[in-house]
Write a protein that binds this ligand. Structure first.
Ligand code: FES
Ligand SMILES: [Fe+2]
Length: 387
């Protein structure tokens, strides 16, 4: 249970809010590389309560700038991209990716008006088929090269999921709540039939980048099986599952739960399946798909694990009222995570660098100790290890 005040502190994401300031210290995905094309080089983005557009200009450079033009607020989402920036559709003001206004064509020759204009703009970088943005104070830290983004020895795909209509914290609490696997996903995840009854040991181990969640489960005739994967602080789940192609491989994935605003969350998923003879450069685009959690009738697709989770998150309410919940001992991971968020919010407020943030220049691949014996992943995957 939380006080009303703490619930607000942990959930609100707009500029100047405590959690908003914390989340702005981390690079966040804004779109998939494949979503920006020559035909459609501009995409509207709402991120952490801010209205923005992400674009690729004609030189191939990416930009993320305020949606409303600094002149008289027409939307740049209807603008056009040029060699060196984006031009407003209304009176033609042009901005570059640094937020400089570089043309005000209706002004007299020699006008210095543009020099006094500073348009909101944030750095954007492509990696692993995604576009990442940094909305915090300069200097931008290192963009984390998580294994799933940076591995090249297999096949990578990226997904945008339908918007989750609730606050981001509910989605993240789910990642340190292992007892829900049996109840919410048991049938779909083919786990229930393997277990005599609900019985598992759960450990939550803080580490340099978040919380490692380890579940040990007794399996009929097979002793004990381990499943461990981390919550990457503050808003990513690093997971592994069966490869969907049915070839028996493992689909390593990152699930980013990106706050759109206080009441909505955008999930992006990056998948990587190691495969001999296949090479996917970390800086290349990746095949993209949009995945809806609801069917055409608008009902949850409850045959899908991800939609089962979304059903649980959304039905908790737009922003879960944590003043009325009744926590038990099985919620210890949730309690640990909330404490960590609060502690890191305070660290930022005191001018310190929060958990997992590294200075620019320290971009090297971060391989995580993910194991899932239930699906045959007995030791962590490593690029370059003998297959
Ligand atoms: S509103 Fe954009 S140029 Fe006037
Ligand atoms: Fe789940």
């Amino acid at each position: 249970m939380l006080s009303r005040e703490d619930n607000e502190v942990l959930t609100r994401v707009g500029p100047g809010t405590p959690a908003g300031e914390l989340l702005r210290r981390y690079w966040q995905p804004v779109a998939c590389v494949a979503e920006l094309t020559e035909e459609k080089p501009i995409l509207e983005v709402r991120l952490l309560g801010e209205e923005l557009v992400v674009y690729r200009d004609k030189s191939g450079a990416y930009g993320l700038v305020g949606k409303q033009c600094s002149h008289r607020f027409a939307s740049l989402a209807y603008g056009r991209v040029e060699e060196d920036g984006i031009r407003c559709p209304y009176h033609g003001w042009k901005y570059n990716g640094d937020g400089a206004c570089i043309e005000t064509p209706a002004e007299p020759k020699g006008s210095t008006l543009k020099d006094s204009v500073r348009h909101p703009a944030y750095p954007v970088r492509p990696l692993g088929g995604m576009l990442f943005a940094y909305l915090g104070p300069a200097p931008a830290p290192a963009l984390p090269y998580w294994d799933v983004l940076a591995w090249e020895h297999g096949r990578r795909t990226v997904e945008r999921h339908s918007v989750v209509e609730c606050n981001w914290l509910q989605c993240m609490e789910n990642s340190v709540d292992p007892s829900h696997l049996f109840w919410l996903h048991g049938r779909t995840a083919h786990l229930a039939s393997l277990m005599e009854e609900f019985e598992e040991k759960e450990d939550f181990i803080p580490f340099d980048f978040g919380i490692m969640k380890r579940r040990t489960t007794p399996i009929k005739g097979k002793g004990v099986q381990t499943d461990q994967h981390p919550l990457l602080f503050p808003n990513i789940l690093r997971h592994v599952a069966h490869d969907r192609s049915g070839k028996g491989g493992h689909r390593h994935n990152l699930q980013y739960r990106v706050p759109i605003d206080d009441n909505n969350t955008q999930v992006f998923m990056v998948n990587f399946v190691p495969e001999a003879g296949v090479h996917s450069p970390a800086d290349a685009s990746a095949p993209f798909s949009f995945v809806s959690m609801r069917n055409e009738a608008g009902d949850y697709r409850l045959d899908m694990v991800l939609a089962q989770d979304v059903m649980a998150w959304e039905t908790q309410g737009r922003v879960l009222d944590r003043t009325r919940e009744r926590l038990g001992s099985a919620d210890k991971g949730v309690v640990m995570y909330r404490r960590l968020v609060k502690e890191q919010i305070e660290a930022v407020a005191q001018g310190n660098v929060p958990l997992g943030v590294r200075p620019a220049g320290s971009e090297s691949i971060i391989e995580l100790d993910v194991i899932n014996e239930r699906i045959g992943l007995m030791r962590p995957e490593r690029q370059g290890a003998a297959q």
